[in-house]
Design a protein around this ligand. Structure first.
Ligand code: FMN
Length: 212
């Protein structure tokens, strides 16, 4: 295979793709072709990981009982999260839709095998958390690949990690990274939902750059 070149129009399209990626909680009921998701996961699995440890583990959750229990876990955890807020923040939080667990036709629970010997520990001796970071990077790649198919994804972190490993019946030493709701989005927009809702605006770009 000859080395591809990525030209200016491609870069522009890629920028558009990144700008139009959204965290989606409002899904259409249309089904999503599971093979598209599996193809995307295949591409994701050639992504970067510390020491090439490839610690991502994706649980495709179809079982309705498990999904029901997951929804109950989310609702209980979200109610606890709400109780951390008071006044206007509590009122606004209560209006936010923070997961599409009941609607998303494809759902993935993602874990990191943080004790894997694959890669022989290279790169993670002083920073064991890099195994989890590798999985976070993989999730972002999946977000982008799915969006290129017009498919939306929502990351749900309002869940208890230990209970997730138990519910998904994975090795209890796996670290829960996030639950992903996947489906066709009800709307395409450049504006994040939390910005629209008045919860949190985007910060000015120069706040992110530190020069020394
Ligand atoms: C690690 C992580 C955890 C997140 N957890 C949740 C969540 O539990 N519920 C939710 O509605 N959104 C969650 N989000 C989505 C963020 O709220 C969203 O990315 C942010 O508001 C910016 O919106 P955008 O992704 O549409 O640009 C999470 C995002 C990340 C990266």
């Amino acid at each position: 295979m000859s080395t591809p070149t990525f030209d200016a129009p491609f870069r522009e399209t890629l920028n558009d793709l990144l700008a139009w990626r959204r965290d989606v909680r409002h899904f259409k009921t249309d089904p999503v072709d599971r093979d598209i998701v599996l193809d995307c996961l295949k591409t994701v699995s050639i992504g970067p990981s510390v020491g090439n440890s490839q610690p991502w583990r994706f649980v495709l959750v179809d079982d309705q009982n498990r999904l029901q229990k997951l929804t109950e876990l989310f609702e209980a955890t979200n109610a606890e999260a709400l109780s951390d807020f008071a006044g206007d923040s509590a009122k606004l939080y209560a209006t936010l839709k923070l997961a599409g667990l009941k609607e998303a036709p494809i759902q993935l629970s993602v874990f990191a095998d943080i004790h894997t010997n694959v890669g022989r520990g290279l790169g993670s001796r002083t920073m064991p958390e890099t195994k989890a970071y590798s999985v976070v990077g993989a999730i972002h790649t999946l977000w982008i690949l799915l969006r290129a198919h017009g498919i939306g994804m929502g990351w749900v972190s309002i869940l208890p990690p230990d209970a997730m490993a138990e519910l998904m019946e994975v090795d209890p030493t796996y670290k829960f990274i996030g639950h992903l709701c996947i489906g066709y989005p009800q709307e395409q927009t450049l504006t994040p939902e939390l910005v629209k809702a008045g919860w949190q605006d985007r910060l000015p770009f120069d706040e992110f750059i530190i020069e020394r």
